[in-house]
Design a protein around this ligand. Structure first.
Ligand code: SF4
Length: 68
């Protein structure tokens, strides 16, 4: 799983940082910064919530190729 942020859409609401503070950081009047591109299982739910609740739908989860 990889997180992709569309900075054309991000308006810095920081909902994502509230949901998953170890994965997203949003400076005051700035845009989202992804701290961890491949977050572990333990924060998966938080990341999913961040994606769901982002008001501008700027976040996407991209499945990585399964190469098991
Ligand atoms: S919640 Fe969405 S719009 Fe707000 S900072 Fe995060 S990515 Fe940007």
């Amino acid at each position: 799983m990889k997180i992709v942020a569309d900075l054309d859409l991000c308006q810095g609401h920081a909902v994502c940082a509230a949901e998953a503070p170890t994965v997203f950081s949003v400076p005051k009047r700035g845009q989202v910064e992804i701290l961890d591109q491949n977050p572990g299982e333990d924060v998966k739910t938080d990341v999913a919530n961040a994606v769901r609740y982002c008001p501008t739908q700027a976040l996407m989860l991209v499945a990585e190729d399964a190469t098991h």
